[in-house]
Design a binder for this molecule. Structure first.
Ligand code: COA
Length: 335
């Protein structure tokens, strides 16, 4: 059940984004691997993706936060905490959150990175909401940012066509009106999927050596078919579970906001949930899979296009490496 014992909810009160300028269209991939535009469009729904040429994840995250601060008229000193969901941190440490904190001059903030692959934004949103609900923090920035081009193997046609770079951020603040903001979540991790989507090299198991480089162990590896099947099943299951817990019927939902990994996964998930196609946020055609950034990028674009209104009921749902998956139910609180 929805937790009404809370004294305050966390609500998204602002959004921001950054998409790098360089565009890689499907034609480009025809020149580097054995694929074609038609296959990519029909099998994934992707038409183009953005690539960060110079700079790292923290640079994209910083630009997204600058956009957020400017559009909400918030000063960096007001920020209490910064959470960065990413699997492509600039370095293992310091955390990308520290780099963003310094870049924007958030001198009163603490922060950390969170690794949950494509579910990263949802995990970070729930974590940020907990900080607000606890009463100790009032302005928390949650960022989803990934420079996937830094870990994609551009000789592997199964994976290289899917991913892109991008960053997006939301501001969380408290609301006393418990009808708004983040209402409930179902979040799961299942490490038995560890060999279906992973990056083996560079960690403590396989520190970088000549051998790890020769064996291409610093690139992402994915069993696309296995991931596809589990993604559809789990995203739909957790979403239906969340809807039942909160007495929501498909017609009550204004938007399903799914992780953008493959248009066919999105369609199948919506179908299993009984959600009409016109109530599903989609921008995969423009950005591909930007891992932790896909959901906030959708929220930002739809909100700025005037398509999301105060009181709208949203189910955010994601699936990713780990496996990690989950859904969050929130009521939009910005006019
Ligand atoms: N261009 C042309 N053919 C391709 C291709 C490409 N880019 N990628 C794969 N193929 C081929 C395969 O090699 C296979 O050929 P074969 O039958 O001769 O072996 C054929 O297409 C079908 O492969 P399959 O894996 O069944 O394709 P698919 O329809 O499942 O699409 C993915 C492949 C990767 C797009 C799809 O499985 C997918 O999206 N998986 C989930 C990925 C994901 O969501 N990852 C992020 C998790 S958050």
């Amino acid at each position: 059940m929805q937790n009404k014992k809370r004294l305050r909810n966390a609500a998204i009160t602002g959004v921001g984004m950054y998409a790098p300028e360089k565009v890689l269209d499907n034609k480009y991939f025809e020149s580097i691997v054995d694929t074609n535009d038609e296959w990519i469009r029909t099998r994934t729904g992707i038409e183009e993706r953005r690539i960060m040429e110079n700079g790292a994840t923290s640079d994209m995250a910083t630009k997204a936060v600058e956009d957020l601060l400017q559009s909400t008229n918030t000063s960096a000193e007001e920020i209490d905490a910064i959470i960065v969901a990413t699997v492509t941190p600039d370095m293992l440490f310091p955390a990308t959150a520290c780099l963003v904190q310094d870049n924007i001059g958030a001198k009163n903030a603490w922060g950390f990175d969170l690794s949950a692959a494509c579910s990263g934004f949802l995990y970070a949103l729930q974590t940020g909401a907990g900080l607000i609900e606890g009463g100790q923090f009032n302005k928390v920035i949650v960022i989803g940012a990934d420079k996937m081009s830094s870990i994609v193997d551009y000789t592997d046609r199964n994976s290289c066509i899917i991913f892109g770079d991008g960053a997006s951020a939301v501001l969380l603040e408290p609301t006393d009106n418990l009808d708004y903001g983040i209402q409930d979540s179902v979040l799961v991790c299942d490490g038995s999927g560890r060999d279906k989507l992973y990056l083996k090299g560079g960690g403590s198991l396989n520190p970088a050596t000549e051998e790890t480089v020769q064996n291409r162990m610093h690139y992402l590896v994915q069993d696309g078919k296995a991931v596809f099947k589990v993604a559809v099943k789990q995203m739909a299951e957790v979403s239906v579970n969340l809807m039942e817990k909160n007495n929501l019927k498909a017609e009550d939902i204004t938007y399903l906001v799914p992780h953008q990994a493959n248009k066919r996964i999105i369609d199948a998930t919506a179908n299993r949930m009984g959600i009409d196609k016109d109530k599903v946020m989609i921008n995969i055609q423009k950005y591909g899979n930007t891992t932790a950034a896909t959901i906030p990028l959708c929220l930002t674009e739809y909100y700025r296009d005037g398509k999301v209104k105060k009181g709208d009921k949203l189910i955010l749902s994601a699936f990713g490496g780990g496996f990690t998956f989950g859904s969050i139910y929130l009521v939009w609180s910005i006019d």
